[in-house]
Design a protein around this ligand. Structure first.
Ligand code: GDP
Ligand code: MG
Length: 304
């Protein structure tokens, strides 16, 4: 364990915002390693993802959350509930918005949803690499009229710009408290969970609108074999036959591409070679069925 100095600060930091603003990218940038999958499509993150950053005199326990949206079906309502439990548990909430000419109305709606929680809120304006610098001051000014934020920090998660200022502001906001986790601790989730997330991420990158949202991945078997490659049997579930056909593609070409991209990253992540066996199955309308959603591991708890 750490030699804990008297001014050691530790606490829970919820990363919230609408889908696609860059929350998972920020978590990965802060931790210096990829623990949360990201994609150009909204609603990639479906679970609360925990990541721990420990410094000499602080420990930040980040909870990356699914974006706050109006749920249309069971899976989304579980996603929103998971985000809300992260907010309720947080010592400080980091609200992320995208830089633009003026505050986005959806971001302001999320701010309204946050207010009843009565938590200190840090406003993070992300993607400043995409805007002209002269829009920034007026933008900060408008946001500061909408709420008394602890601080307002412009950053670029992608280019790791402004991160040390952000860390400093988070540390300032945390209570004096001993660390919750050992100093080299990174995350709560199992290898199995990360493997399924890596496969899901490749599907978000490789397919159009409908397929990624209808997909979930289950690791049916994960066997370490001494002297040989690990064997991973993963089942990709979709909601109908037509989606299954698209996922697999002509002569299995599309699925093969998912498999090779995923395998490469899984091997990098585990640091050892694997044999990845991918199957595609149909579970009709699983996203609308509470039992199926639960069975596939979506809940307000941290995924195991
Ligand atoms: P989340 O839904 O809020 O978790 O967003 P993600 O982290 O998945 O990011 C959504 C998209 O925005 C991805 O394509 C990221 O590469 C991109 N992105 C994230 N941060 C930045 C940034 O600072 N600048 C730019 N240009 N793109 C970013
Ligand atoms: Mg995300």
């Amino acid at each position: 364990m750490l030699q804990v100095p008297g001014n050691f600060k530790a606490g829970y930091v919820a990363l919230v915002g609408r889908p696609n603003v860059g929350k998972s990218t920020l978590l990965n940038a802060l931790l210096g390693t990829k623990i949360a999958i990201t994609s150009p499509k909204p609603q990639t993150t479906r679970h609360k993802i925990l990541g721990v950053l420990t410094g000499d005199d602080y420990q930040m326990v980040f909870l990356d959350t699914p974006g706050l949206i109006k749920p249309q079906y069971e899976l989304q309502s579980v996603m929103v509930k998971a985000a809300k439990t992260a907010i309720a548990d947080a010592d400080v909430v980091t609200l992320m918005v995208e830089a633009g000419e003026s505050p986005n109305h959806m971001d302001l709606e999320i701010l309204e949803q946050l207010k009843p929680f009565n938590k200190p809120i840090l406003l993070v304006i992300n993607k400043i690499d995409l805007i002209y610098k002269d829009v920034l001051l007026p933008l900060i000014d408008s946001y500061s009229k909408a709420h008394t934020f602890l601080d307002i920090l412009p950053i670029s998660a992608l280019e790791a710009d402004g991160l040390s200022e952000l860390k400093q502001a988070i540390r300032d906001a945390l209570p004096v408290h001993p660390p919750y986790y050992p100093e080299d601790y990174l995350t709560e989730h199992s290898e199995r969970f990360f493997v399924s997330e890596i496969i899901r991420e490749k599907i978000f990158y490789l397919y159009g609108e409908e397929i990624p949202y209808s997909t979930t991945v289950e690791i049916a078997e994960f066997k370490e074999k001494s002297g040989r490659k690990d064997y991973i049997h993963a089942i990709i579930y979709v909601e109908k036959d037509s989606q299954r056909a698209i996922l697999i593609g002509k002569k299995g070409q599309a699925l093969k591409r998912v498999g090779s991209l995923a395998r490469e990253e899984i091997e990098q992540f585990l640091g050892r070679p694997v044999y990845l066996d991918l199957w595609v199955k149909v579970r009709e309308k699983w996203r609308r069925k509470p039992l199926a959603v639960k069975q596939f591991g979506y809940s307000t708890n941290l995924p195991k």
